[in-house]
Design a protein around this ligand. Structure first.
Ligand SMILES: [Zn+2]
Ligand SMILES: [Zn+2]
Length: 374
């Protein structure tokens, strides 16, 4: 059976809010977590008039509604379902089930306590932690954790229920640097920063297998050295549409997890250069000092990290190329909606008058736009 823990407490004590905070923390640690909500009252999920409601009115005792992105089942029951039955409905790929309610179950409990809403309810069983600012009068001596400190709560759950933290494959910095050097042509400070930036981005998203998981999109902000290293670590490339180049001229990148929608932007700190000189004052030149220092300095000294929102338009997603048209002026194919409409004609960007190159010799069939007309 999948390990499970119940978040219990009085109504309005903050159980749902705790789950809203704890869940992302566990996901970021690489855990796959399902949730169960126990409703002491009779919840209503079927809206009168909807098709599933009409199925039930007609006598169905189990109704399943299914689409390409989710499914739900409404089954009529005589009383509360046994916990084992509920847990069996969660597929075995999950690491943990967080349950809101079910204080009488045999699972360990996290008690959310807020004195303003009253003393804790009775019959709680094995309380592993109290979440709140004040310890209630209960049996045992569980740790009292402040609501904002979900990290400590996740530590405790991992320790007692999941056999300790996920054993993440340690990133092999020397091996990744060697690979980056082969790809880029030389090892330079930009390679070291790029490799470490990409490792940090993946770790912050809980992605430890960026090349095989296919969850990662990386936006790079420079077309200099570091970008090659980011590609080496992440496996993101322009051709797979998993690497997006935004020309800001900054050694910075945003890592977007397509599964969760979470994104982190990581930028090299301007102070990293001075930090490198301080770290290795004996080196002959700045280049040598940076090479050594960037491998060894703590990530905090090298980078700033911010959670950001980054979205991708449908037309920018990886996968097969979508619409393809033919330029009515030059006859070349144009993919991904990059064509323009000029005076009612579909033309490529070059023919629309914004080429990045100048023709040296007029090619057959394109004389017409030598004089600026289409
Ligand atoms: Zn370089
Ligand atoms: Zn054209």
């Amino acid at each position: 059976m999948i390990p499970a823990i119940c978040v219990v407490g009085r109504k309005n004590s903050g159980k749902t809010m705790l789950i809203e905070r704890l869940l992302p923390e566990l996901l970021a640690r690489g855990r796959k977590v399902a949730t169960i909500k126990h409703d002491a009252h009779d919840f209503e999920i079927d809206l009168p008039g909807k098709d599933t409601w009409r199925h039930r009115q007609a006598g169905s005792t189990t109704t399943i509604i299914s689409s390409s992105s989710k499914l739900a089942m409404v089954r009529l029951t005589d009383g509360d379902s046994p916990l084992d039955d509920l847990l069996r409905m969660v597929d075995r790929s999950y690491d943990l089930v967080l349950i809101e309610g079910l204080r009488r179950s045999a699972c360990p409990k996290i008690l959310v306590h807020r004195p303003e809403v009253g003393d804790p309810p009775g019959v709680l069983g094995d309380i592993w932690a109290v979440v709140g600012t004040q310890m209630p009068d209960i049996d045992g001596n569980p740790p009292c954790i402040r609501p904002e400190n979900v990290g400590a709560l996740a530590d405790l759950i991992e320790e007692r229920l999941l056999g300790g933290p996920v054993q993440t494959p340690a990133w092999n910095l020397p091996a990744l640097l060697a690979e980056a050097g082969r790809h880029h042509g030389h090892i330079c400070p930009g390679q070291v920063l790029g490799v470490r930036m990409a490792i940090l981005g993946c770790e912050r998203l809980g992605i430890y297998d960026p090349k095989s998981s296919k969850r990662l999109i990386t936006f790079v902000e420079t077309d200099r050295c570091g970008t090659d290293a980011v590609q080496t670590v992440t496996g993101c490339t322009l051709g797979k549409r998993t690497l997006k180049f935004v020309d800001y001229g900054k050694l910075a990148a945003t890592f977007l997890d397509m599964d969760t929608g979470r994104a982190v932007r990581i930028a090299a700190r301007e102070s990293a250069r001075d930090a490198a000189l301080r770290f290795a004052p004996d080196e002959a030149d700045a280049h040598a000092a940076q090479l050594r220092a960037y491998k060894a300095l703590p990530a905090d000294d090298l980078f700033s990290v911010r959670e950001v929102r980054a979205t991708l338009a449908e037309a920018e997603l990886p996968g097969r190329s979508r619409a393809r048209v033919v330029c009515t002026a030059c006859g070349e194919g144009v993919s991904n909606g990059r064509e323009l409409s000029v005076a009612g004609r579909t033309v490529c960007r070059a023919c629309a008058g914004v080429p990045y190159y100048d023709e040296v010799e007029a090619a057959v069939g394109v004389q017409e736009h030598q004089d600026g007309t289409l």
